[in-house]
Design a binder for this molecule. Structure first.
Ligand SMILES: *Cc1c(COP(=O)(O)O)cnc(C)c1O
Length: 347
């Protein structure tokens, strides 16, 4: 781990200015990820270096997704009928400054909570077919602890699939070992969603980590957060999504920033995400296209948003704009236009 003091000295940045921010929201960075920084203030830097706007921000909520309110057992969030989110670890390889769960950073880091209440709850709810492990980062748990959680979940007959959300393959790729992958592969079907935000995060090390996991038969997806001044451009995200396919990671979600206190400076307008998706469609491979989602405040769920490709509808045809920004005609059936308008009109 790199201390803030060392970091400030090395990068000739003002420690006195950063330390009050880090007192509220602790700094956490490892030397691998620090090594990806090319210069002060770049896209890697902004993700991990404290910013005074974190403590002056008055927008947002401590718990924007109402995870605590939707929790039937400690660290378990049950929002959708068939799946639960289980926060099995408080620790991460990094503290991403835009983290939705910043509120949990200052809690005691070495807590090893009892897993029994969560397991009992999952066992008691037969509609739960899908368990998502997140945190913190599940892949930073001691291997025998993670093994125990996975083995106990697999004893529950109605749990069909297990998903892990992790930033380790991107943020601390050396922690992904063939031994870890072999352990995980005992619990198929197992999916891992990795948090990648920028093409600079795809390195020989993260490529190797992903190939170790993919070779163990684990399906890899990515979740990317759309971040102002970090990755909010077509060029950067086209590069990221297309490059992810080369390391066998399928882009899954591009996420609008949650309304978390202390992260307002990262938020982009909703139109930015829609514009980016519209422009990328057919410029990059189909499987490189993620869904753009907003996780609604108050735990109301994730909704995908789609760019509206239709520019005009008349009685005989609709006019669409393609990936080259050309207007194209598609003929409509007789009487179809009304139904199409109704389908598109906001209600
Ligand atoms: C995101 C999330 C899920 C998983 O959603 P998918 O769209 O299936 O990936 C499940 N539970 C909670 C509480 C979530 O926030």
């Amino acid at each position: 781990m790199v201390s803030l003091e060392e970091f400030a000295k090395k990068w000739e940045t003002d420690f006195a200015c950063l330390s009050p921010v880090a007192r509220r929201y602790p700094f956490r960075l490892n030397s691998y990820f620090e090594g990806l920084i090319r210069k002060a203030g770049d896209s890697i830097w902004k993700q991990v270096v404290p910013d005074t706007r974190e403590i002056t921000d008055t927008s947002g909520f401590e718990d924007p997704l109402a995870e605590e309110a939707l929790s039937p057992a400690p660290n378990l969030v049950h929002r959708y009928p068939n799946r639960v989110l289980w926060l099995v670890n408080d620790r991460c390889a990094l503290h991403c400054r835009f983290c939705t769960r910043k509120r949990r950073w200052t809690e005691s880091p070495l807590r090893e909570p009892d897993i029994k209440p969560a397991l009992d709850y999952i066992a008691s709810q037969e509609q739960i077919a899908d368990v998502l492990l997140s945190g913190g980062d599940p892949l930073l748990l001691a291997e025998d602890r993670l093994y125990e959680i996975l083995a106990k979940l697999r004893e529950i007959k109605h749990v069909e699939i297990i998903r892990i959300g992790s930033r380790v393959p991107c943020a601390l790729p050396g922690a992904v070992t063939p031994r870890l992958a072999a352990m995980l592969s005992r619990f198929h079907p197992l999916y891992i969603n990795i948090h990648f935000n920028h093409p600079l995060e795809i390195t020989p090390e993260s490529r190797l980590a992903c190939s170790i996991l993919a070779d163990a038969g684990i399906s890899l997806g990515s979740q990317t957060v759309l971040l102002r001044d970090v990755n909010d451009s077509e060029e950067i995200l086209a590069g990221l999504f297309q490059k992810l396919l080369t390391i066998r990671v399928r882009p899954y979600y591009l996420m609008q920033m949650d309304l978390t206190s202390g992260t307002g400076h990262f938020r982009t307008p909703v139109s930015t995400g829609l514009r980016i998706l519209r422009k990328l469609r057919n410029w990059i491979s189909g499987p490189a296209m993620p869904q753009f989602v907003i996780d609604l405040p108050g735990g109301r769920g994730k909704i995908p948003l789609f760019p509206n490709m239709i520019r005009e509808i008349n009685d005989r045809e609709m006019i669409v704009k393609n990936y080259k920004e050309e207007y194209c005609i598609y003929p409509l059936l007789e009487g179809e236009s009304e139904g199409l308008r109704a389908e598109l009109a906001p209600r």
